[in-house]
Design a binder for this molecule. Structure first.
Ligand SMILES: C[S@@+](CC[C@H](N)C(=O)[O-])C[C@H]1O[C@@H](n2cnc3c(N)ncnc32)[C@H](O)[C@@H]1O
Length: 241
């Protein structure tokens, strides 16, 4: 399985991944849960972990991708390039730590969470958002192949279930007063659904669909009606004072 989001600079066209992230900034559900994250962190002294193009970076962002950091810098953000699992910051250096759709991609999410807790000041919040892929529901006019496509999507996210168990991971990391809230994304246009129009072909390449199944799926997508539903989870915990 090839995951791209934790090695953006190594893929053929990192700029395209930067554009994908910037494009999501205007989505209603993204704006809604980001607003809730902002209320929890405030804007002062916040470390934005895996900041990407820096849409929500108010103080310092960090990312392991130069392409992402360059875009954030061009938008006037302060960026550090480094790895979320080994933060180049002192203990208690930040008033708050946030990470938006980063933990789902990390090979070592527990280690990164320990680092986030370490650099938050005592009493400061750590706020993490990720989609919970176990809630993913795809329907294309009742086509029975949707179940296989849904599974394909889930197995292409490294930590597809992290959002659902983030609260437990927060408590294991020693964070206190842990809570979580969900927002539901519903898309009815396949052209907006994370490239789903290309997944049939990708499944053929991975030996999961034959050509007939690919055609059947693509026809179902074109005919509609279409529904892509997914819950986003924001989890918060506080470093003990
Ligand atoms: C889905 S994007 C989200 C970007 C940004 N948080 C946003 O909301 O626009 C995931 C980001 O995490 C970064 N990332 C992935 N693995 C990382 C790691 N180990 N350390 C730091 N950043 C990482 C990626 O480069 C990418 O910018």
């Amino acid at each position: 399985m090839e995951y791209v989001w934790d090695r953006v600079d190594e893929v053929g066209a990192p700029e395209e991944l930067v554009e994908v992230q910037e494009g999501l900034e205007s989505w209603d559900v993204v704006r809604a849960y980001r607003g809730a994250m902002r209320e929890l962190t405030g804007a002062v002294g916040v470390l934005d972990l895996g900041a990407g193009p820096g849409g929500e970076t108010t103080y310092v962002g960090m990312d392991n991708s130069l392409a992402m950091a360059r875009r954030a810098l061009a938008r006037g953000r302060r960026m550090v390039v480094g790895d979320a699992t080994a933060l180049p910051f002192a203990d208690a250096a930040f008033a708050a730590v946030r990470a938006d759709r980063v933990f789902q991609h990390l090979a070592h999410p527990v280690r990164a969470l320990a680092e986030a807790a370490r650099v938050a000041r005592p009493g400061g919040p750590v706020v993490v958002a990720d989609p919970d892929q176990s809630t993913l529901l795809i329907d294309a006019g009742g086509c029975p192949l949707a179940a296989e496509v849904t599974e394909f999507r889930r197995t292409h996210v490294r930590n597809a279930d992290f959002a659902g168990r983030a609260a437990d991971a927060f408590e294991t990391a020693g964070l206190i007063d842990v809570g979580a809230r969900r927002w539901r994304l519903t898309l009815t246009d396949p052209a907006r659904a994370f490239g789903i129009i290309t997944w049939g072909q990708a499944m053929v390449e991975e030996g999961l669909f034959d050509r007939r199944q690919c055609r059947e799926w693509e026809q179902a997508l074109a005919a509609g009606p279409f529904r892509y539903q997914l819950d986003y989870v924001v989890t918060v915990g506080f470093r003990a004072a």
